[in-house]
Write a protein that binds this ligand. Sequence first.
Ligand SMILES: C[S@@+](CC[C@H](N)C(=O)[O-])C[C@H]1O[C@@H](n2cnc3c(N)ncnc32)[C@H](O)[C@@H]1O
Length: 270
Amino acid sequence: MISFPLRDDDEENDTYEAKMLLIGDGESLPPIPLRDGAPELHKYNIRSIESTLVIRELTSQGLSFQLWPAASTLVTLLDNYRRDPSNSPLTATLSSLKPSPLNILELGSGTGVVGIAAAITLSANVTVTDLPHVLDNLNFNAEANAETVERFGGKVDVAPLRWGEADDVEEVLGRNVDLILASDVVYHDHLYEPLLKTLRLMQLEGKRLVFLMAHLRRWKKESVFFKKARKLFDVDVIHSDVPQQGSRIGVVVYRFTTKQPNQNGRIVSC
Ligand SMILES: C[S@@+](CC[C@H](N)C(=O)[O-])C[C@H]1O[C@@H](n2cnc3c(N)ncnc32)[C@H](O)[C@@H]1O
């Protein structure tokens, strides 16, 4: 267990303990102590494909290089969807998206575990993105799993995407995005606006945007992000994890869909 390194002093007192080894029902290699900055390789069993995913964490390099519980939740949902779509909270969303293969964009991918799992379980074209300094590790993980991704008809590309930067959004919009994924990206209030700006920019094409976001609430002020997001999107909860022992709150998966204008050009809920 590691402590989440970001705390504000004006908010809730929840001490947040993030579990590193939470992906699906998978096995993981024994963790290597990271005091010396050594990389840590985790091997995860994706049950639906009877295959494993290898993900490198570089915990000493910061939060972008670690595995977070919200990512674990999305990986589990994707794995379960592939095993039994008739019994998955993802089915309604995924069946409303017709293209095959699906083009998926992941924001704030970190280690890339969610995007890589999505490419495999949905046989999708996935672009995993993050800040430029995170891309080396993302590339490492994409390459480490490339054979499995290819075997299941998927594809993973790695691209820089800094939230709030219009040029970066333009670059990835060329990829014709059907679905956006993210996990654990609402954690610092100074990032709410840039993230919302990126989502706003992605809606400009006039296409209905569908965004699935897994989130573990830490601070009361995160409601500000959701309040602002609700002006742009209809927001539904499609899944809630049972809280881990000792926690009051579990990971929640939200679906954001673009509000549609009515005949008078006003934004209404779909
Ligand atoms: C808490 S981590 C979550 C990582 C990963 N999604 C997961 O759940 O394991 C937040 C991620 O958001 C990324 N991030 C933070 N600020 C960003 C920004 N301005 N533009 C793009 N990505 C950003 C970080 O680099 C990091 O990878």
